[in-house]
Design a protein around this ligand. Structure first.
Ligand code: ADP
Length: 167
């Protein structure tokens, strides 16, 4: 027999630093939004790496790149699993590029499962064209003034060039 859907539908959270969001992240969020009823993109406020954009900007830049209305973007701090519980998520979603992502994700998933066995980890493969993209490589090429077309949305390219943008 088929399960009845939850009253709010199936929710997934997609956590990350998103410093800044690029087309690979947006691709994963849109793919997830076609599978889940609601996707909460969760922008971690204090990752253990130096940031180019503050939390508010990282949230806004992601929001401005979205085309579906069942995706929302929020900031968060603390444990991802606590946020997942708070929003009633059934799954924590992560994007996978290459096998190099696997080991870290495996470790995180094992820890999250230890903390909360009822919330699943779901991995989506990126489109091939974005498989080489990372926020850090984008920041490096942006710092050298290289063109950013095909890597990030135009409003993110402007932000990386330090241009004023609509709030
Ligand atoms: P972090 O894991 O340090 O927060 P990011 O904010 O860049 O790193 O990534 C957030 C999520 O998006 C992670 O699941 C990451 O694997 C995924 N991701 C990053 N780059 C890509 C890409 N090019 N294609 C698909 N998923 C990606």
């Amino acid at each position: 027999m088929i399960d009845k859907p939850d009253s709010q539908g199936k929710i997934a959270i997609y956590p990350g630093s998103f410093d800044p969001v690029h087309l690979g992240h947006i691709d994963i969020a849109h793919r997830a939004a076609a599978v889940f009823d609601h996707v909460v993109v969760a922008v971690f406020d204090r990752p253990s790496k130096s940031l180019r954009f503050n939390t508010e900007d990282r949230v806004r830049l992601f929001q401005q790149g979205l085309k579906r209305d069942n995706i929302e973007v929020i900031p968060y701090s603390g444990l991802t699993i606590d946020l997942a519980r708070k929003v009633g998520a059934r799954a924590i979603l992560r994007g996978l590029r290459a096998t190099s992502d696997f080991e870290y994700e495996y470790q995180m998933t094992t820890m999250n499962r230890h903390l909360e066995p009822t919330i699943e980890a779901v991995f989506l493969m990126t489109s091939l064209e974005y498989a080489y993209l990372s926020s850090s490589i984008i920041k490096e090429v942006a710092a050298q003034g290289a063109p950013l077309e095909g890597l990030v949305p135009e409003h993110v390219a402007s932000a990386l060039r330090g241009e004023a943008h609509d709030r």
